[in-house]
Design a binder for this molecule. Structure first.
Ligand SMILES: [Zn+2]
Length: 693
């Protein structure tokens, strides 16, 4: 296909702008706006145009560099050998074209070339240096020449041996990929959601974000894993150097495994390109059953002598290519944009789609994240839309296929809650719209699901559909109502299971199941206080914050009575959580609810050991309090001071460090002045406490 020179130049300019924009989103911000396939297609098109019009090639074209630049915070290290990327192959034809180039370059005529096919791990590339068998350094790929030194983080990944098995002498560089298994990814996003943080878009971004974290302790908890797939032994000095004596890459993989390195086990030697193609076809479907994301197959020439003959271009080795699996994308019609109401009242839009079969399952709904996302993509009801199944099973709407149908209008968040009709509101700093009606049935449903969940009160058997029935039949309106239920009520409760096709879908009595649920509810009364604090669903209070609050304040009463200043003095409790706890406690409805739970016999006391007593920041200081403080009671002030290690005395003496004088301070203030003891008014006192915390 030929184009006019002006057309080509304009298109090249547009492509470069688009690619730079997406590179930034992908490589630097870890927040891509388009799928990897779409990005690759843009790059592919640009490469093609530049190949056809060599005078358009410029040093600053995105095709002229390997990838992004390192981020501040880690030392930059030079790679001993450049970490080249691989050329891509889309479909069977491009694999055959690759094979033709290889056979021609290797001069083998019509004879078949032996390949090794490996699943391509969708993670973060790393280079590991071993010195005399010991892990000496780990570095990210960076721009291919210089990466970030992440040794401390790499060491926390259990799949990576700190010492190789056998006697491996000299310096060896091992290359591989750090990735986040799907289960760890799901767990991590769940925790982020609970903590009110935005979820990661996919495991690759989560792994990259984690490797860039400056705290190895945190990294070790994220569940990263790794696979290695290449050796660069400096003794023999080449990009594809292999262990001494090895002639085949397949032998190297076996050696690496023998050394204790993680090698993905599904790799396969192939006697020619036909076997490679069969392997790619098999895994295009089977990969969904793996516990990690793979976006293709790496095809490498097995014979190392042939590799040497082929060599590399400036960017790619000629002896390898990355086959990309067909996109798990499709187009369908966006029927309707509906909204879902969550536990905190957060209202989030989702797409109702004409059912479409994609990568093994029928999709009729997809997430739309938030109203801004819908506006940015300009999704309208009636649009043809591009749907993509990512690494996880929840599909997403990538974009509308323009133009919009005639008469389609920009979508608006409804003005009222679809469940209870209360007006929706949006906090100024948030993108989230909320239903603020605490009696909204949708909120009650989600709150109860959260209360009963495994990490909260752990009431087994009390799931979504049972809660729905209990609310519908007027038996439960809040947490406390659960403890009013009795076994007979639940045994006789008539429920209709959800699966419409199953035999068990006829309405039936709960029977024995109901009795078990009552036992579980009863058992939950003895849970530790931390579970209850988490379960009542105070905004921003995740599992960890709940445990911290329980440990510090010991009782529910203590938590609810703590002033914002006192909450501030607790390590790990930030201002947002402190304010949220206060807001919860100030709401009389919440206090009544807690009182009713207490009346039902729920444990309100922490069973965890109290915080270890280290010398606090105010250790050795003696305070005397006098007069009336407006923001806190004398008891609260005392507790805050003691938590910080200070002593609180009853009368002023020479040993007194500070006299805290509230309103109407009397003789103590005079005495302090006489003794030259420093006095603090309430404002100064609060500042001192906040500074010390
Ligand atoms: Zn509502």
């Amino acid at each position: 296909m030929s184009r006019g020179a002006d057309d080509a130049a304009a298109r090249v300019r547009d492509l470069r702008d688009a690619i730079r924009h997406h590179e930034e989103r992908y490589y630097i911000q870890n927040d891509p706006e388009i799928s990897d396939d779409e990005f690759d297609r843009l790059l592919h098109e640009l490469e093609q145009l530049e190949a056809d019009n060599p005078d358009l090639i410029a040093a600053d074209s995105p095709t002229q560099r390997v990838a992004g630049s390192p981020i501040e915070g880690f030392a930059t290290v030079e790679h001993l050998m450049p970490m080249l990327s691989l050329d891509n192959a889309y479909g069977e034809d491009e694999l055959r074209a690759f094979d033709d180039r290889v056979r021609k370059g290797a001069g083998v005529g019509s004879a078949a070339v032996g390949y090794v096919a490996e699943l391509k791990i969708d993670g973060l590339s790393i280079a590991l240096t071993y010195e005399d068998g010991r892990l000496a350094r780990g570095a990210t790929r960076g721009d291919g020449f210089r990466g970030e030194e992440v040794t401390a983080n790499v060491r926390t990944i259990r799949a990576i041996p700190l010492r190789l098995r056998g006697h491996v002498q000299g310096r060896v560089e091992v290359r591989g990929e750090v990735y986040l298994p799907r289960a760890a990814f799901a767990r991590m996003n769940q925790q982020r959601e609970v903590a009110g943080e935005p979820p990661f878009a996919n495991p690759r971004n989560a792994a990259a974000g984690t490797m860039r974290n400056l705290s190895p302790v945190l990294v070790s908890k994220r569940g990263l894993s790794a696979f290695t797939y290449q050796l660069v032994s400096l003794a023999s000095g080449g990009e594809s150097a292999e262990p001494p004596g090895a002639r085949l890459h397949s032998a190297t993989l076996t050696t690496m495994r023998a050394w204790g390195l993680p090698v993905e086990r599904h790799w396969q030697p192939c006697a020619g390109i036909d076997e490679v193609i069969a392997y790619c076809q098999t895994w295009a479907g089977k990969r969904l059953g793996l516990d990690f994301d793979t976006d293709g197959v790496v095809v490498k020439v097995d014979d190392l002598a042939v590799r040497e003959r082929l060599g590399s271009t400036a960017k790619f080795p000629r002896w390898a290519t990355a086959f990309k699996f067909p996109a798990r994308q499709g187009t369908t019609t966006l029927r309707r944009i509906a909204v879902n109401v969550g536990r905190t009242g957060a209202v989030t839009p989702y797409a109702v789609l004409d059912p479409i079969f994609l990568a093994g399952s029928t999709i009729s709904m997809a997430t739309l994240h938030n109203a801004e996302d819908v506006a940015r993509k300009d999704l309208r009801e009636g649009d043809r839309v591009l749907i993509e199944k990512g690494g996880d099973v929840i599909p997403k709407v990538v974009k509308p296929i323009l133009p919009h149908p005639e008469g389609a209008v920009a979508w608006q968040m409804p003005a009222a809650c679809p469940v209870c009709s209360s007006p929706l509101r949006r906090d100024e700093e948030e993108v989230v719209w909320r239903c603020e009606n605490t009696s909204c049935p949708a909120r009650i449903q989600r709150s109860l699901e959260h209360f009963a969940s495994r990490s909260a009160m752990n009431i087994e058997g009390l799931g979504e559909s049972l809660i729905e029935q209990l609310i519908a039949q007027g038996l439960v309106r809040d947490f406390a109502d659960l403890y009013k239920l009795d076994a007979t009520q639940l045994e006789n409760l008539v429920v209709t299971p959800r699966e419409p096709k199953s035999d068990r879908s006829r309405p039936r009595k709960l029977g024995k199941v109901g009795r078990n649920v009552i036992e579980q509810i009863e058992r939950s009364k003895t849970n530790d206080l931390s579970r209850l604090i988490y379960g009542v669903g105070i905004r921003h209070v995740g599992e960890k914050a709940a445990a911290t609050l329980a440990r510090h304040f010991r009782t529910m009463e203590g938590v609810l009575r703590a002033s914002a200043e006192m909450l501030h003095t607790v390590p790990e409790i930030g201002p947002v959580v402190a304010a949220s706890v206060r807001a919860f406690a100030d709401e009389s409805r919440n206090r009544e609810l807690v009182a009713r739970l207490q009346g039902e016999g729920l444990n309100m006391v922490s069973q965890a050991p109290p915080p270890t007593s280290q010398p606090g920041p105010l250790a050795g200081k003696v305070f005397v309090l006098t007069g009336t403080l407006s923001d806190m009671s004398r008891e609260q002030a005392t507790e805050a001071l003691e938590r910080l290690g200070a002593k609180v005395a009853g009368s002023v003496s020479k040993k007194t460090s500070y006299l805290v004088a509230g309103a109407d301070a009397g003789s103590k203030l005079e005495k302090a002045r006489a003794l030259g003891v420093e006095t603090l008014d309430e404002q100064a006192f609060l500042q001192l406490i906040i500074k010390a915390s």
